[in-house]
Design a protein around this ligand. Structure first.
Ligand code: IPD
Ligand code: CA
Ligand code: CA
Ligand code: CA
Length: 271
């Protein structure tokens, strides 16, 4: 059994504290103040409260570290080597609809490399954590990506573009679904990218792809998948933390999923 490093322990404690506040707010979502950041991009005081807790705890425990946070943006640290990447509530839309599938996601980037990831599924009280070289864990259980190597037996998670995204994004996604659904055993869209990646690490999903995510959606989950023996790539071969277009699976399924996504790009084009 592995133990998290001191900073990993601090990150887990911050995720749990934010989770406690989220669980309280989830019990009375009708009292939350909800506003829109974009056409279908909601935020509530629960998101802000959770982020405040994480920021307060982490900045006290590691003064000088930088932050990238979904709601409060960038805080430049005096320590240029270390940066926390924080999504206080991943799955806001689920949360606001009373659906118990949402998470806290905290990652630590050191010298430009993702080092530690914590994803806390509050409703199920599951802490997924991973650190480079220490493995990926769910409580006492060491995580390993699924071993399935046939796409037609695989359950693949994805994320749909929402209202307000470009027509090209919606059309592109429709093509990808058209290519993926007949090829795999089943597609799932549960609404938390951080948990989608954690579930790939845990072998609950055989793969996951989604385009156009933000660093805070994926940073912690990437560490989890890699440390669970999986592969993470940018769908079109770029830098995944810049574009947020992510494909994660085991090494056997990765080329098969990639092939279907390439195939999707040819749909609707004149030959
Ligand atoms: C969202 C979730 C969702 C994904 C969206 C994200 P949020 O994050 O991860 O699964 O499809 O693209 O924005 O806004 O709930 O933190
Ligand atoms: Ca959001
Ligand atoms: Ca998110
Ligand atoms: Ca969020």
């Amino acid at each position: 059994m592995s133990k998290p490093s001191p900073v990993g322990t601090v990150m887990i404690a911050a995720a749990r504290a934010a989770g406690r506040a989220l669980a309280r707010d989830f019990g009375e979502i009708e009292n939350l103040q909800v506003s829109k950041k974009g056409p279908a991009d909601f935020v509530s005081n629960a998101d802000h409260r959770a982020e405040e807790i994480i920021y307060t705890q982490l900045s006290k425990a590691r003064p000088g570290y930088g932050f990238i946070m979904e709601e409060s943006g960038i805080v430049e640290g005096t320590d240029k080597s270390n940066k926390f990447i924080v999504d206080p509530l991943d799955g806001t839309l689920n949360f606001l609809h009373g659906q118990p599938h949402y998470a806290v996601s905290i990652a630590l980037e050191r010298e430009g490399k993702l080092l530690t990831g914590v994803v806390y599924d509050v409703a199920k009280n599951e802490i997924f954590w991973a650190e480079t070289g220490r493995g990926a864990w769910l409580e006492q259980r060491k995580l390993r990506v699924a071993a399935r190597n046939r796409l037609n037996e695989a359950v693949i998670a994805t994320g749909t573009p929402w209202h307000g995204k470009s027509e090209a994004a919606h059309t592109g996604f429709a093509r990808e679904l058209l290519a993926m659904t007949p090829a795999c055993a089943g597609i799932r869209r549960y609404g938390s990218a951080a948990l989608d990646l954690a579930w790939v690490a845990a072998g609950r999903f055989d793969g996951f792809w989604e385009r156009d995510l933000k660093p805070w959606d994926i940073a912690a989950g990437i560490v989890l998948v890699r440390e669970a023996g999986g592969v993470v790539q940018e769908i079109d071969g770029g830098d995944v933390m810049s574009t947020g277009s992510v494909l994660a699976s085991n090494a056997d399924l990765q080329p098969l999923i990639e092939k279907q996504l390439r195939h999707a790009a040819s749909f609707g084009k004149q030959s």
